[in-house]
Design a protein around this ligand. Structure first.
Ligand code: PHB
Length: 390
């Protein structure tokens, strides 16, 4: 009898130990190289979430392990994800700034029994590649659709489209075209540039030559977007009255000091502005500024990461810290909460985030700093790209 009791106690202790464990999250992002500031924002969002909510979910301690992926590199992305799963024994994969890097990881999720919580990559189709993908960022379909109405309302009927030639760029081009044609507008030319393009003068010449009244543009945020908007100003397009329409990737807050007055008045549509006026955002901006060390460096990947952590904490709670990817994902389908960006929910079918998209205008504050001022809200936007992604 005594032996039996001892064995039972030992079994309970062991099983408790197995549950009351460290749950590891492997986060892949650009933490060095030209896009390092974007990765730094992932980390700031994660640190802010853990500073506010602690590092415990029930009895489990959460640990985040970072891996650096400086550029879009699918083979390296897959290798890093495999190393995180096999060697580090992470229960969750998260982060992923560039679409090709997220895409490369989807085939390993099922066997690894690991959900993938995408904190940035914005091509619609990613969520269709595995039932274990959940996304807390945005899609370029979601952010580029409303700007077409803005362009039409501004009296523009002929636009030239310029995008980076990869997933989110092609999606942005298709989204803008579909919505703009619905408004009665016309895309007179559609240019797709290699992702590596950094001399934009020839493109600016083509925009001028096209005779379009406006340009629609998408490039992934970073040195790319800063260079493109600078070129638009420096090549005289702004002065010539060619109007600029884009999703908010093109005017991320961390680029605004370098753009200066030249960016004033640029209108973009996006899911998040650092200036968003709400108590939730105030709490977030305070914590994320502290984490990043300089409020001027805050940008949208921080909010994708912050909300991604919220989703992962719910998953850990629902599974009691046990590795069960299907159960974890099931638990967040339909989940709704108030994010720093506004009210959001996880669409139970697509596992992508439903959210408000805001029209914003680059504005100078009294203290001389620049910000994206929200001027209009397109409420509860799902992903219009999902039909196209199937
Ligand atoms: C992407 O590769 O999916 C991506 C990267 C940066 C952005 C938007 C989309 O700003």
């Amino acid at each position: 009898m005594k032996r039996f009791v001892l064995a039972a106690v030992a079994a309970i202790v062991m099983s408790t130990a197995a549950y009351a464990d460290t749950v590891k999250i492997g986060v892949v992002g650009p933490f060095s190289g030209p896009f390092a500031l974007q990765g730094k924002n992932f980390k700031a969002g994660i640190d802010a979430y853990m500073a506010i909510n602690g590092n415990k979910v029930g009895d489990n301690t959460v640990e985040v392990i970072y891996r650096d992926l400086p550029a879009a590199d699918p083979a390296q992305s897959k290798a890093l994800a495999q190393e995180l799963v096999v060697k580090e024994k992470v229960q969750y994969l998260a982060g992923f700034y560039f679409t090709p890097d997220a895409m490369a990881v989807t085939p390993i999720l099922k066997q690894a029994n690991t959900p993938l919580v995408i904190m940035n990559a914005a091509t619609s189709a990613i969520v269709t590649k595995s039932p274990l993908v959940v996304r807390t960022s945005f899609t370029t379909w979601q952010t580029s659709t409303p700007i077409a109405k803005v362009a039409h309302d501004a009296g523009v009927s002929k636009v030239i489209s310029v995008v980076s030639d990869y997933g989110p760029g092609v999606d942005a081009e298709n989204a803008f075209k579909a919505a703009f044609e619905k408004e009665g507008g016309q895309v007179v030319e559609a240019i797709r540039m290699p992702l590596s393009t950094n001399d934009f003068s020839p493109i600016m010449q083509r925009i001028k030559d096209s005779g379009a009244q406006g340009v629609f543009a998408f490039l992934p945020s970073g040195p790319t977007t800063l260079g493109f908007v600078k070129a638009y100003n420096e090549n005289g397009l702004k002065a010539a009255g060619v109007k600029f329409f884009a999703p908010g990737d093109l005017t991320q807050e961390s680029d605004l000091p370098a753009l200066g007055d030249a960016a004033l008045g640029i209108q973009t549509t996006f899911h998040y502005a650092v200036s968003h006026d709400s108590p939730e955002n105030k709490t977030f901006v305070e914590a994320a500024s502290k984490a990043i060390g300089n409020k001027a460096e805050l940008s949208f990947p921080a909010v994708g990461a912050y909300d991604g952590m919220n989703v992962i904490y719910k998953m850990i709670e629902a599974t009691g810290g046990k590795q069960d990817a299907a159960k974890a994902v099931e638990a967040v389908k339909g989940l709704s909460w108030v994010s720093p960006r506004g009210p959001v929910s996880i669409d139970p079918e697509s596992r992508h985030i439903t959210q408000n998209i805001y029209l914003r205008e680059v504005t100078k504050a009294d203290d001389g700093t620049y910000y994206n001022k929200e001027v209009q809200t397109f409420e509860k936007q799902g992903d219009p790209g999902l039909a196209a992604a199937k």
